[in-house]
Design a protein around this ligand. Structure first.
Ligand SMILES: Nc1ncnc2c1ncn2[C@@H]1O[C@H](COP(=O)(O)OP(=O)(O)OP(=O)(O)O)[C@@H](O)[C@H]1O
Length: 219
């Protein structure tokens, strides 16, 4: 479960205070995936980072009682001078999981072949994103945090394998996905919230959320 209670967050831009959340409340229960719709630049990444514990609220309380993933695509946990193998084994230990299993699963899924044993600094952006996604699926979380859909990868075989594992995982896991596009949420969640002017408005269906989002304009 993830619960936001009266959570506020803002940034000082040098000229003004940019409000991301203003005493926002939200509850994510296990088994109930949700999508969060928000226009670009209004705080999607900040919100998902707060759920992951990477960003602290200014005020209010965030309660986490499940195994919650780092955001899909997040690279902060990897050390680029180390190889994919070393990173996978190190991160497995941090999560108290079997490094042999995590390495084998991620090595198989990302399909980086000999690059898996090369420093991650030599990877292309697509290779890094395949590595991080494969690691995230290897770690087996209760709640997966996804910022703007699947990683952009041009590798057809990876997309096929990762897509089918993710679909299977979705039957037993919970997803929180943020996006500026309702279509991105459709595959993952039936209920949705809209982030608007620092408030989170929760709806039982994606259609209702979309109606408010469209009504208020997406910019
Ligand atoms: N550390 C920071 N200091 C100052 N401003 C910040 C900081 N982090 C984010 N912001 C600002 O807060 C706003 C929300 O940022 P965030 O990255 O969460 O938005 P987003 O909805 O994910 O954006 P995009 O759709 O462009 O990816 C932006 O205006 C951004 O410039």
């Amino acid at each position: 479960m993830i619960e936001f209670t009266n959570v506020s967050k803002s940034f000082w831009t040098g000229q003004r205070r940019k409000v991301i959340l203003d005493r926002a409340n939200l509850r994510v229960e296990l088994g109930h995936s949700i999508g969060i719709l928000a226009p670009n630049g209004t705080g999607k990444t900040t919100l998902i980072n707060m759920m992951a514990g990477l960003e602290k609220p200014d005020e209010g309380q965030i309660t986490r009682t499940s195994r919650i993933s780092f955001p899909l695509g997040f690279m902060g946990g990897v050390v680029t001078k180390h190889t994919g193998r070393e990173n996978a084994r190190y991160i497995a230990r941090l999560y108290r999981l079997d490094p042999d299993y995590v390495e084998a699963f991620s090595r198989w899924l990302c399909g980086l072949e000999e690059y898996y044993d090369q420093p991650m600094g030599t990877y292309s952006a697509g290779m890094r994103s395949r590595f991080c996604f494969s690691l995230m699926l290897a770690l087996d979380f209760d709640i997966y945090l996804i910022d703007e859909g699947m990683p952009h990868t041009t590798d057809v075989e990876f997309n096929r394998k990762a897509g089918s594992i993710l679909r299977e995982r979705l039957k037993s896991t919970t997803v929180v996905i943020v996006s500026h596009q309702p279509e991105t949420l459709e595959k993952f969640a039936r209920s949705a919230a809209v982030l608007r002017n620092g408030k989170l408005h929760m709806f039982d269906t994606l259609e209702e959320a979309k109606a408010l989002y469209d009504y208020q304009g997406q910019g």
